[in-house]
Design a protein around this ligand. Structure first.
Ligand SMILES: [Zn+2]
Length: 609
């Protein structure tokens, strides 16, 4: 029993999320959190929408709304999508809360006090016609590295290199085409090299990480440079220093504020729980564990930058120092990074319409069908392709014909012949073997989930489903009309196996697990679900929707003997068999031109694309 933090990547609120996003961080973190709770751990699962930064400012300008209005819109869309998937956040909040601003500023001040934040003069762009600052993404030009002629000020989409606008060849404003003027501007930098030693020591002490994540993280330490943490921008968290606090043209850089969200969301959760100090059990206690879930493009923020902020605030980098008022803060136990999901052999891309949004998916298919695909065939440790043909096959052949069929035929045969769970008579070796297989799987499946081997874990659970199906076919209880005692025993054993398989699959398939629980005559909440609650900002800002829930009432990770005599009703199918024609229909939707109404622009291209 320990305190386990599940820190889940923060979706950027400039558009709806597609299934590639939720397969990287959303579903795997929920499977893990649900299992750990069932196994008796005290889990705190937090995240929220990431709402600052230039892309949101740019898109809001384009639409003639305020950045806050744009963020409000997509915050709500994302909250509803994650709710639809049944992701069991203790708190899913946002970065535009008063609480988040206060925690970000506290970390900034603590790092500054300890000497890890230093001012530096750099060259920034302004518009000659208006005199206003031109943020990086408003500038484009030719990439100095690869020669691509539409590189953005902060990044080249062709070669992927991070850029500085001043390095662009023939820079021009995306707003009016004029040539920007570069003037001196002062910014704050995080002294990352001062953490190289402490980060190296910490990474060397990590065990059980995916080898590619650990290797990639260690390689990053070879070339640590001071990194700008403020920006010429009006949309973001103000810089909490004398002479800077009231400036409207300088803000903390979005990546700096977003990673602090894990901590601020934990503090917000505690403040809402009635015990404002409760977050410390996950952040200050040496025995607590923290797992961070994200796609591989975000590893650097979680295995280098966030630990550096935590070390600096705690006074544990080369410059020493004292912990701030929040005290010494725990570093991640593990950074759990997934690889990328592609779509029919192509990269997900909103602008090229190679995409399916979570909302559209859930309008046509069940959440558990997607959760199953992600768990069994998702990008856990290598890039993986989503195809509609494979989705159809997994759904129909495995979920419906495998697990759904086992539930359906054992419950309906027992309902029809006994009207209730029949008692078991004397057990044969075959009966005992199946019951033992199911019981043994708790240890193996649970251990695999705890070590983030979800693909192996669900495969193992489905192997037990296969054993149970084979048992039913071999025993053929439908031929035992003349020996109802033996028929009852076989069905009792089969229903016990159904109950066990259902518990083993609950972290993966919570919606259908609740249904199967009820089919077996069970009452109450087996797999708790999150709810959307409209709350007041704790520090006086506008109200907003959060995802939260009470997950203490769900079933435990253990075999529960089924009760003979408990009434059974004839079952309804738990899963929907899909018609093969969906493959053609969905491929036609992917066809460029058929979705020309997409509200996507190049200026505000989704950073997750
Ligand atoms: Zn380039």
């Amino acid at each position: 029993m320990s305190h386990v933090l599940a820190a889940v990547a923060w979706p950027y609120a400039n558009g709806p999320r597609h299934i590639g996003h939720v397969s990287g961080f959303g579903v795997p973190s929920d499977v893990f959190s649900r299992y750990m709770r069932m196994a008796g751990h005290d889990v705190l699962m937090v995240s929220g929408t990431d709402e600052h930064g230039t892309p949101i400012q740019v898109q809001a300008d384009k639409e003639g709304v305020t950045p806050r209005e744009l963020a409000d819109r997509y915050n709500r869309v994302i909250v509803e999508d994650l709710h639809g998937l049944g992701l069991s956040y203790d708190l899913f909040t946002r970065t535009t809360t008063g609480n988040h601003y206060a925690v970000v500023q506290e970390l900034f001040e603590g790092l500054h006090r300890n000497g890890y934040i230093v001012p530096k003069v750099t060259m920034g762009a302004i518009s000659p016609s208006t005199g206003r600052t031109l943020p990086d993404r408003y500038i484009e030009g030719t990439c100095p590295i690869c020669g691509y002629d539409s590189a953005r000020g902060d990044q080249c989409d062709n070669c992927g290199n991070q850029l500085d606008p001043v390095d662009l060849i023939n820079p021009r404003s995306k707003i009016n085409g004029e040539t920007p003027q570069f003037v001196e501007t002062e910014h704050f930098f995080l002294d990352l090299p001062a953490f190289a030693q402490a980060l190296g020591k910490w990474l060397d002490s990590r065990e059980g990480w995916r080898p590619n994540v650990l290797r990639f993280s260690k390689n990053l330490l070879d070339d640590l440079q001071p990194r700008a943490i403020t920006r010429d921008l009006e949309w973001g968290v103000p810089i909490p220093l004398e002479g800077w606090r009231d400036r409207s043209d300088k803000r903390i850089y979005v990546w700096f504020d977003a990673v602090i969200g894990y901590l601020s969301a934990s503090i917000e959760w505690a403040r809402r729980s009635g015990d404002p100090e409760a977050w410390r059990k996950w952040w200050s206690d040496d025995a607590a564990r923290g797992y961070y879930f994200m796609g591989k493009d975000n590893i650097v923020f979680h295995s280098v930058i966030w630990p550096a902020l935590l070390l600096g605030y705690s006074g544990e980098g080369d410059h020493g120092g004292e912990p701030g008022e929040l005290g010494r803060l725990n570093l991640p136990t593990e950074v759990v990074s997934s690889e990328f999901l592609t779509m029919e052999g192509r990269k997900f891309s909103s602008s090229r319409q190679v995409v399916i949004y979570v909302r559209d998916f859930l309008a046509r298919y069940d959440a558990d069908a997607l959760r199953y695909f992600i768990a069994v065939a998702g990008p856990e440790s290598q890039d993986t392709d989503f195809t509609w043909a494979e989705f159809l096959r997994r759904n129909n052949d495995e979920l419906v014909a495998g697990w759904g069929n086992l539930v359906n035929r054992s419950v309906s045969m027992a309902a029809k012949n006994f009207g209730a769970i029949p008692p078991a008579g004397e057990l044969t070796a075959e009966d005992r073997a199946l019951l033992e297989t199911a019981r043994a799987a708790y240890g193996s499946v649970g251990g695999l989930i705890e070590r983030h081997r979800q693909k192996q874990a669900i495969t193992e659970a489905m192997r037990v489903v296969g054993e149970a199906n084979k048992y039913l076919s071999d025993q053929a209880p439908w031929k035992m009309k003349d020996d109802l005692d033996r028929m009852g025993t076989v069905l009792h054993v089969a229903l016990q196996a159904v109950s066990d398989c259902n518990t083993l699959l609950t972290p993966f398939l919570p919606h259908s697990a609740q249904k199967v629980h009820e089919l077996l005559g069970g009452e109450g909440v087996h797999a708790p679900m999150p709810s959307i609650v409209q709350v007041e900002d704790l520090d006086g800002g506008p109200s907003y929707p959060i995802l939260t829930g009470d997950y203490s009432t769900g079933s435990r990770w253990e075999s529960v003997p089924i009760e003979s005599g408990r009434p059974l009703a004839p079952p309804k199918p738990v899963f929907r068999k899909l018609d093969p024609s969906i493959v053609e229909e969905e491929l036609a939707r992917l066809d460029p031109g058929s979705r020309g109404h997409l509200r996507v622009s190049h200026v505000a291209a989704d950073p997750g694309d």
